[in-house]
Design a protein around this ligand. Structure first.
Ligand code: ADP
Ligand code: ASP
Ligand code: MG
Length: 392
């Protein structure tokens, strides 16, 4: 049977009326003869609200309890959607992450999927049922409930699509695809009709929240085409696939807020011990540079649930210095080395103070003051993406 995986984000299931509209769409896909697996996010801003509730009790909530709490958001939407489908005469069943066979490691709040064993999902598809899977959650090898990192329902969807060898995965949200910049920051951003897996991966790794970074590799591994669409405004879409024509010059600008820089100084042994201490605190740097005397780590802190306590513990460690208040802006596509100079020139012209520049594959990033993040994104978009004069 050909299987289609559809993922609906929080804004698509924000209220009961929207859940009904989504149910109509799912019934129509099933009536076309596909096996349908649906991954849902929590309704609207539920995850933020639950996190706020936890923080009102403890500003640094214990991650295990937080995972159990946050996983309830997706359990609410999955059951309501299943009820809406059954009410429409469309046979359906909902499963939590663990019931769907999503096995993870034990990194609470940021767990990685180790394996998907979709035996129950396959059984129910064979019975002709639509299967609803709670996004963003799994079960660790310790049989604990885990969550996959903010935005993780995309990863549930694409990991499930890969495990089921799906025909394609459809990601429904409030935007009709992927743009050359976040349209909320750059209203003139260009719609991107096609992207390769590598291009999407680069954007997500740079912090574009339109698709959760770990999701892309699951689709790429099994060559599953991904179509990103708007739930309630059908029309354009972005297709992510192996066949897509790769861009030859920069095609997107991505901003990522709340970057902390951490410097670890001392002898090799002292540095090893200090780095071990950061790992024990579940700090996962996106970059680590080893210098002669100092190792520098960069950490995106926006989604570290216990950052306040983590920061204090790190700063109390001898040999560690920490600075916050930075943001990262990244130009994606083309030759990073070639565009390094362009990036510096454009940001200087826009009056943005650049703290550092680094390159990574087809990406060149500048570290800037957090207060200048959006200005930097807008300047790069106007001068490099939209203005052909800066072509290489
Ligand atoms: P969902 O809850 O459906 O997963 P998200 O809020 O996680 O939706 O992702 C969609 C949002 O991603 C959009 O509202 C948009 O503001 C933001 N976004 C950031 N960068 C981009 C981009 N390059 N293209 C499209 N949307 C982007
Ligand atoms: N509900 C989770 C979040 O808000 C997961 C998701 O929406 O993808 O992060
Ligand atoms: Mg999302």
């Amino acid at each position: 049977m050909s299987v289609i995986v559809q993922k609906y984000g929080g804004s698509s299931v924000a209220d009961v009326e929207k859940i009904g509209l989504v149910a109509d769409r799912i019934c129509a896909t099933r009536d076309e003869g596909f096996g349908v697996v649906v991954v849902v996010s929590a309704m609207g801003k539920t995850t933020d609200e639950l996190l706020g509730l936890a923080r009102s009790i403890d500003p640094n909530p214990p991650r295990r309890e937080l995972d159990l709490l946050l996983s309830t958001g997706e359990r609410v939407s999955m059951t309501l959607l299943s009820m809406a489908l059954q009410r429409r005469g469309c046979d359906a069943i909902s499963f939590t992450g663990s019931q769907s066979g999503i096995l993870t490691n034990d990194w609470h709040f940021d767990a990685k999927i180790l394996e998907v064993r979709p035996v129950r999902v396959l059984d129910e598809l064979a019975r002709g049922r639509v299967v609803i899977v709670a996004g963003y959650q799994g079960m660790s090898y310790k049989r604990e409930v885990t969550t996959l990192g903010r935005g993780g329902s995309d990863t549930t969807a694409l990991a499930m699509a890969a495990a089921l060898d799906a025909e394609r995965a459809e990601i429904y949200s409030d935007v009709d695809g992927v743009y050359s910049a976040d349209p909320r920051v750059v209203p003139a951003a260009r719609h991107l009709g096609e992207l390769t897996y590598g291009e999407m991966q680069s954007m997500s790794d740079a912090g574009a929240k339109v698709l959760h970074a770990p999701a892309v590799e699951f689709a790429r591994g099994k060559d599953i085409p991904v179509h990103c669409r708007a739930t309630f405004a059908p029309g354009r879409e972005t297709r992510i696939s192996r066949q897509a024509l790769a861009h030859r010059r920069p095609f997107a600008v991505v901003g990522q807020p709340a970057i902390a820089r951490l410097w670890v100084a001392g002898s090799d042994r002292e540095r090893r011990i200090a780095l071990q201490a950061t790992r024990a605190l579940s700090v996962v740097p996106y970059a680590e540079t080893r210098g002669e005397e100092v190792t520098e780590l960069r950490i995106a802190t926006a989604h570290v649930p216990d950052w306040g306590r983590t920061r204090d513990t790190l700063m109390a460690h001898p040999g560690i210095t920490l600075e916050e208040g930075a943001a990262r802006v990244t130009l994606v596509g083309g030759s990073a080395e070639v565009h390094r100079a362009t990036l510096r020139a454009v940001l200087a012209e826009a009056g943005v103070n650049v703290l550092d520049v680094d390159t990574h594959g087809e990406r060149v990033s500048a570290l800037v003051a957090a207060t200048q993040q959006d200005d930097a994104v807008r300047a790069l978009h106007a001068r490099v993406i939209l203005d052909p004069d800066t072509d290489d």
